[in-house]
Design a protein around this ligand. Structure first.
Ligand SMILES: Cc1cc2nc3c(=O)[nH]c(=O)nc-3n(C[C@H](O)[C@H](O)[C@H](O)COP(=O)(O)OP(=O)(O)OC[C@H]3O[C@@H](n4cnc5c(N)ncnc54)[C@H](O)[C@@H]3O)c2cc1C
Length: 426
């Protein structure tokens, strides 16, 4: 039997990890990744991601990339402060020891760009086909094989499976569903402060090697340390979908975006607005889109989805990349199991059976993650008086996600009691 032939659309973390795992499979599997970008360095790869035990960390170990991951991960980056606009601290978590990599109970940070480089380096030359922007995917009724069509008019076919790992605006999704992401109601800017310790020592002190999340008045102002000594600053707020056009200034111009944003944070503690004063790099205006929380698709032979293509969420629970990596792991197991069986069970479409199993496991897992993320967004951006009025729920939702179901109710009860008492004093 010829090896299974898999096309992966998108060289993000999910697509790359899937390729890495398939290329290590004992039964040989042929893998091609088609990526829209021209090269690995085309686009700013964004800020920092925390990898968690059941998702990203497990994936790194299974992919044989644990040591390389540990060499770049910031264990101290777990430090987190949640404050309000007056700088009242509602939650404070210290960072781990940078010299102490561990898999359980940890959520080390890694820059998105570095994670992508680690994964890219692991798949070897020639696997990623750059500048191959996909327009659509079809399954040929006659042969049952997948055909990938590109925006430049070219096409490639003969694939046993086409995997949509092409993010929020997936073109592969259209092969299985008409549903499109909807605007979450939240948008804003990502900025960057270069060489923060030297250029803005007061901000450096505030973020304390990790992250500070400021919330009030349906807005957020966040700072997160990156591995190169810069601090990524994001300013999110509840606003209409057309906010970029309605702002009356050029949202891609750093100075104009910074000055416009500062006006929205009048009355916030100077320690927080210092972050906006110090930004000197990278202005990225973003409207945050999400798939409906109950999104699922009818199974279709020859095509499936993973990561943001399957369940794009807002970043407010910080679990998107962990989900993408876990999806890639589960999908790799299913494809490798099929590759082991292919040829042995004549007349049975083992790959299709495995894809049904993968999707059956995926849907409840992704719905749980989508609900958590939606809840986290509503708690901080759509609840009057947040964080004071919602911090107990937010903590329970975000921190309780990885907990054993028996521990979670006890943890939640303790949290609610703690914040009930804490609120009496602030
Ligand atoms: C501001 C922000 C902060 C975030 N913070 C966190 C966090 O702290 N923790 C966390 O877990 N998650 C976070 N996320 C989410 C996380 O980045 C995503 O969930 C994750 O990157 C999804 O990985 P993916 O591989 O599915 O898709 P992506 O990373 O989106 O990769 C998709 C790839 O497909 C390519 N592509 C797209 N269209 C096509 C096409 N037509 N043809 C070919 N290629 C195509 C793209 O160029 C890209 O390389 C954040 C997201 C944002 C926006």
């Amino acid at each position: 039997m010829p090896p299974l032939t898999i096309a992966i659309i998108g060289a993000g973390p999910g697509g790359l990890l899937l390729a890495r795992l398939l290329l290590r499979s004992p039964p040989p599997i042929s893998v091609s990744i088609f990526e829209a970008e021209a090269s690995a360095t085309t686009r700013s790869q964004g800020s920092t991601l925390d990898l968690r035990p059941g998702g990203g960390l497990k994936a790194m170990r299974e992919a044989g990339l644990w040591d390389e991951f540990c060499a770049h991960a910031r264990w101290s980056g777990e430090a987190l402060k949640v404050v309000d606009k007056k700088l009242v601290t509602w939650l404070s978590r210290s960072g781990g020891s940078q010299t102490e990599p561990r898999e359980w109970g940890a959520a080390p940070e890694i820059d998105r760009r570095v994670l992508r480089d680690v994964l890219l380096g692991s798949v070897g030359e020639g696997v990623v086909r750059w500048e191959k922007k996909v327009a659509s995917v079809e399954v040929d009724d006659g042969t049952g094989k997948g055909v990938v069509r590109f925006v430049d008019g070219g096409e490639e076919g003969g694939f046993d499976l086409v995997v949509g790992a092409d993010g929020c605006w997936s073109k592969v999704r259209a092969a299985v569903s008409e549903v499109k992401p909807v605007y979450s109601g939240v948008g804003g800017f990502s900025f960057s402060i270069s060489d923060c310790e030297r250029r803005a020592p007061e901000v450096w002190k505030l973020v304390d090697g990790g992250s500070v999340f400021g919330y009030s008045d349906s807005k957020g102002l966040n700072g997160q340390v990156l591995g190169d000594g810069s601090v990524s600053v994001s300013a999110w707020g509840v606003r209409g979908e057309d906010w970029m056009r309605e702002r009356g200034y050029d949202v891609y111009d750093l100075e104009q975006a910074r000055e416009g944003t500062k006006k929205e944070y009048v009355g916030w503690a100077k320690e927080l607005t210092n972050m906006l004063d110090a930004v000197d790099d990278d202005v990225v205006p973003r409207s945050l889109y999400m798939l409906p929380v109950d999104f699922a698709w009818e199974h279709k032979r020859g095509v499936t989805l993973l990561g943001d293509a399957a369940h794009v969420m807002t970043p407010f629970a910080g679990i998107g990349v962990n989900m993408a990596l876990q999806d890639a792991m589960e999908l790799a197991h299913a494809i490798i199991d099929a590759a082991k069986e292919t040829g042995k069970s004549v007349g049975k479409d083992v790959l299709d059976e495995q894809m049904r199993k993968y999707e059956k496991e995926l849907f409840p897992r992704m719905h749980a993650a989508q609900e958590i993320t939606d809840g986290a967004m509503k708690d901080m951006y759509f609840t009057e008086g947040a964080p004071r009025t919602s911090i107990h729920r937010w903590c329970s939702t975000v921190a309780g996600h990885d907990m054993h179901p028996l521990v979670r109710p006890v943890f939640t009860a303790a949290l609610y009691t703690y914040f009930f008492i804490f609120r009496m004093f602030v």
